[in-house]
Design a protein around this ligand. Structure first.
Ligand SMILES: NC(=O)c1ccc[n+]([C@@H]2O[C@H](COP(=O)([O-])OP(=O)(O)OC[C@H]3O[C@@H](n4cnc5c(N)ncnc54)[C@H](O)[C@@H]3O)[C@@H](O)[C@H]2O)c1
Length: 256
């Protein structure tokens, strides 16, 4: 039995990387999906791939830091598929800088996408999830929800923030039957990871990758789908007694 049969979801950051893998996986497990991203071409490509495989998905071109766009995405899920059971706030960005070097605009943008975006999805989606009789919220945190990296200050601040946001929402909405959790990846093979590593390391890129992989006790990066599988666990009944928690998908990075 598909794990999300009959469920309707909203997923942000669905155009590339972890979110794209998540959209394909959730749709293959039976969910009908509204997907929100500001990369129109790739966002539409995700939806086309899902439809070609016989799944149900719709794309909303918008910015997770814009209240109107998030409202539009929640409304699209309900209008298209009749209700909303689950959301995964996954869109995220970062800039490789210390606090003094981070421009005020950069700070506002990173906080706007990573933290305010997760707040907006919660704000507009939770009332619909309650109307549907309960469901789940997942937010993509990071190992940086627990430990910091150098020159990654704004990003680390937001990833710490979303973990506490998830815990606060978990407490407030447990009586409503809404569970809220974070999925926290280590290094995942995506465009965001490559940009971060190229900025961070003076080594040739292949050597930097090898060193970063070796820092993970399992000795490699996660595939985007491996993160999506943890988010699937948190979005289906297999995790029915799990709320306010973080699932690490970090190959043991934060165990040491
Ligand atoms: N790749 C890693 O190693 C890693 C590790 C830990 C956490 N994460 C987190 O995973 C999530 C997904 O990142 P990824 O690695 O797949 O990178 P990615 O850059 O491939 O994906 C990010 C997605 O978010 C979208 N997006 C960015 N800004 C947006 C906005 N304002 N509105 C709507 N959509 C927007 C992008 O278009 C893209 O589709 C992020 O929250 C990131 O912080 C990634």
């Amino acid at each position: 039995m598909p794990k999300l049969q009959g469920r309707v979801g909203l997923l942000t950051g669905s155009a590339t990387g972890i979110g794209r893998a998540g959209a394909l996986l959730f749709a293959s497990e039976g969910a009908a999906l509204a997907t929100l991203d500001n990369n129109q071409a790739e966002g539409e490509r995700t939806v086309t791939t899902i439809r070609q495989a016989g799944g149900r998905a719709t794309f909303i071109n918008g910015d997770v830091s814009n209240p109107g766009d998030v409202q539009r995405a929640v409304a699209a899920a309900v209008a298209e598929y009749g209700k909303l059971d689950l959301v995964w706030s996954n869109a995220g960005i970062g800039v490789f800088k210390t606090v003094p070097d981070t421009d005020v605009d950069e700070w506002d943008r990173i906080v706007g996408v990573n933290l305010k975006g997760a707040y907006l999805v919660g704000k507009y989606a939770i009332p619909e999830i309650i109307k549907a009789g309960g469901g789940t919220v997942v937010i993509t945190g990071s190992v940086n929800s627990f430990v910091a990296d150098r020159q990654w200050a704004a990003y680390c601040a937001t990833k710490g923030g979303v973990l506490m946001l998830a815990k606060a929402m978990a407490l407030d909405h447990a009586p409503d039957g809404v569970r809220v959790n974070c999925v926290c990846p280590g290094s995942v093979d995506t465009a965001l990871q490559e940009r971060w590593l190229r900025a961070r390391s003076s080594l040739p890129y292949e050597d930097a990758v090898a060193a970063d992989q070796a820092a993970h006790p399992l000795g490699r990066y996660a595939e985007p789908e491996e993160v999506a599988r943890a988010a699937l666990f948190l979005s289906c009944d297999d995790s029915r007694f799990t709320t306010g928690s973080a699932v690490m998908v970090d190959g043991g990075l934060t165990a040491q």
